[in-house]
Design a protein around this ligand. Structure first.
Ligand SMILES: *Cc1c(COP(=O)(O)O)cnc(C)c1O
Length: 369
């Protein structure tokens, strides 16, 4: 049996999800580093943990594990629709936002197609494009590392099928100004789908940001992706969703597996949507940590990108790998950005207030060496 002759021809472009140190669960990090205490600031997780309302609902849902879940997740779908001012038929659930990105690729991308992706952006857009045998076309960032919409317009060809955007963007934290984004969408041909990943939507509160959900009614080619993994703190439950016009949602429903979101995740998501206090507290913690971190960076004279998410992209002015290693030795795991060519930068997720107070001291010490 020659496996390499049997697998699909896209295979060489696919890579298994390999866990470097920054990707491990905390317990495995402790083992890898031989440390008793490890702080994980590498995954943009919500340090507050899930809403207690969500945990209760999930516990109750456990007794029904013998039954298949609702396929469309009607209850969650309905609540999201109500919250976002759309209809249930505009909402589709997925096994995390990651699955929604794959579903979009499976629905739209043929091997001869191109998908345009900003160079410094979430990596799953590229992976899903390769999975379908389509070609990712990368566009340069603006000088300030914002997403360059003009550069994207210039790359549109007859082969372009999908444009992937992330707003606020991961790993930079920057937002695309709402007026620019709207003007851009007007210029994109109707037969090109614009996917806007708003995984950090609930954290965005600053100038210029507006959700693209408001564009869905006017533009049949706009699809917005959200997740319960970030502010709602349900990353391990795996649930996300998309919002688009009914025909678009219906098209994606043709490729969606019948029971892609389990009942525990549905129960947790439903209860989370009702816990405004948990969201407010998560935002408050994030604001505190982000302000403390940025104040420290200002004092150190380091440049960083203005972030509307739950992480900050910092230029350490040194070798990013070295700073990463020194932090790791002390039990602090952040995210390197060498894969994007940002060799002196690190992405630091915002932890709990007391974690951030400790982190800034360690960071100062590490940088003074
Ligand atoms: C974290 C993240 C996701 C993945 O979310 P899941 O719902 O956990 O799959 C998707 N997009 C972006 C930009 C993210 O940062």
């Amino acid at each position: 049996m020659k496996l390499d002759q049997m697998v699909r021809s896209v295979y060489p472009n696919l890579t298994p999800y390999t866990c470097s140190l920054a990707d491990l669960p905390v317990e495995e990090m402790k083992q890898a580093l031989g440390l008793e205490q490890v702080y994980k600031l590498s995954f943009n997780e919500n340090p507050l943990g899930p809403s207690s309302k969500a945990l209760n609902a999930m516990q109750q849902a456990l007794s029904q594990l013998n039954l298949y879940p609702s396929s469309s997740g009607e209850a969650v779908q309905g609540k999201i629709a109500e919250k976002e001012g759309v209809l249930p038929e505009n909402v589709i659930l997925s096994n995390g936002a990651d699955e929604m990105i794959i579903l979009v690729a499976q629905t739209f991308l043929e091997p001869e197609d191109e998908a345009i992706i900003p160079e410094i952006c979430f990596v799953q857009y590229m992976a899903s494009t390769y999975l379908m045998g389509a070609t990712p076309v990368f566009t340069p960032m603006k000088a300030d590392l914002g997403i360059d919409l003009k550069a994207i317009l210039q790359k549109i060809t007859e082969k372009t099928k999908v444009i992937f955007l992330c707003n606020p963007n991961n790993p930079t934290g920057t937002v695309i100004p709402a007026d620019e984004l709207q003007a851009f969408i007007k210029q994109v041909p109707e037969n090109v789908l614009v996917v806007i990943d708003e995984a950090y939507h609930e954290f965005a509160d600053g100038d210029g940001y507006r959700s693209s959900v408001e564009l869905v009614s006017d533009f049949a080619n706009v699809f917005v992706i959200r997740t319960f993994s970030k502010i709602y703190s349900l990353a391990a439950a795996r649930i996300g969703y998309g919002i688009g016009q009914a025909a678009l949602v219906d098209a994606i429903n043709h490729v969606r597996p019948p029971f892609n979101v389990n009942s525990i995740a549905q129960a947790g998501a439903l209860a989370s949507l009702d816990d405004a206090e948990h969201v407010a507290e998560s935002r408050r913690i994030n604001q505190f940590g982000k302000q403390l971190l940025c104040k420290t960076l200002d004092e150190l004279g380091l440049s960083y990108l203005s972030s509307q998410a739950n992480f900050v992209c910092v230029n350490t002015g040194k070798d990013g790998q070295e700073v990463f290693d020194r932090l790791a030795e002390r039990g602090w795991i952040v995210r390197k950005l060498t894969g994007y060519g940002l060799n002196s930068s690190l992405r630091i997720s915002i932890g709990r207030p007391e974690e951030m107070e400790a982190f800034v001291e360690v960071f100062k010490e590490v940088l003074s060496k």
